[in-house]
Write a protein that binds this ligand. Structure first.
Ligand SMILES: [Mn+2]
Length: 316
């Protein structure tokens, strides 16, 4: 058990010191110890759920919700959601941009033992960084107007959010916010890879380099994922729905006035039966345009250099 725990903690430790042993691109040590305290990484980055969790249930995987609580509830209602018949998973980014971040957070927290799960997205991490700064004695000035909900987050919800994993695996399904770098072991994926990447480029060694923004020669990472697991992810509202043979992108820009999307899986398509059609998609229209696409985030909510630069220690 001890060895299992150490192995489970290994990704966090690798991320903490900014080392990716199998890639020449990730060799910088974090030199500023202050950065190490900017975000508490979860003890367990990768959560594997037993297959029994989904047995004979309908599994609903939601794209980026971003505070769109009413649309979340409408979509649940549309599926006749009940904890006894459904499992709910979210690709993360529960908060920011939309109007009801606190309601979304509290709903996931209150239903955490009713088959409701979420991974963490970059906005959830940004929320945690701000919460931690407040806890360390920062004054209210560090809470930007769009983050005002943060003041109403209870200690219980805060503690729960710090434990959220970067990936959740059930059978043949893997949930992550942004992506997984192909040809790289799970324990080598960094928080940057899992919460911010959108593209990859080839490396001279025949591997892939993750990128947040497009660069010449880059392709969407999902097009390079070979399976056999189906990865369901979000984080790319600009691209919208992405359906690749073994990757499904669900960020359909609800906060920008577009749609909230959920993928509906029968449990037999997750735990080992043939998968002619893995899933079907259900949408609800956004009730309003909560944010204009491309709007610059308020000052202070942009990712730090450390978070966005894969050559430095991400998210710390
Ligand atoms: Mn995101």
């Amino acid at each position: 058990m001890l060895i299992r725990n150490i192995l489970a903690a290994a990704p966090s430790l690798c991320a903490l010191i900014g080392v990716r042993t199998a890639s020449s691109s990730f060799i910088t040590m974090a030199s500023d110890p202050k950065k190490l305290s900017q975000l508490q990484l979860p003890q367990r980055s990768h959560l594997k759920l037993p297959k029994d969790v989904v047995k004979e249930k309908e599994v609903l995987v939601f794209g980026d919700i971003h505070g769109c609580f009413d649309e979340l509830q409408e979509l649940l209602h549309k599926r006749k959601y009940s904890p006894s018949t459904h499992v709910v998973l979210s690709v993360g980014d529960m908060v920011n941009k939309g109007p009801k971040s606190l309601d979304v957070l509290n709903w996931f927290y209150e239903n955490r033992e009713n088959g409701v799960y979420t991974v963490r997205g970059n906005h959830d991490d940004s929320m945690l960084v701000t919460l931690d700064k407040l806890k360390e004695g920062g004054n209210d000035d560090i809470v930007k107007p769009s983050y005002s909900y943060i003041n109403d987050i209870t200690t219980e919800v805060h503690n729960w959010a710090t434990r959220l994993p970067y990936t959740i695996e059930i059978g043949d399904l893997l949930i992550v916010h942004a992506g997984i770098v192909p040809k790289l072991d799970m324990d080598q994926q960094t928080p940057f890879d899992m919460t911010r990447m959108r593209f990859v480029t080839d490396t001279p060694e025949g591997k892939y380099e993750p990128l947040q923004r497009f660069a010449e020669g880059a392709v969407q990472w999902a097009t390079t994922w070979p399976g056999p697991q189906l990865i369901v992810f979000g984080h790319d509202a600009k691209q919208g729905l992405q359906e690749e043979p073994f990757a499904l992108g669900l960020d359909t820009g609800c906060c920008y006035g577009k749609r909230l999307t959920c993928a509906v899986f029968e449990s037999t398509n997750i735990i080992g039966k043939p998968k002619e059609d893995w899933y079907r998609l259900v949408h609800v229209k956004a009730h309003a345009v909560y944010e204009e696409p491309g709007t610059k985030p308020p000052k202070g909510s942009e990712p730090t250099e450390a978070e966005t630069n894969p050559n430095s220690c991400p998210i710390l």
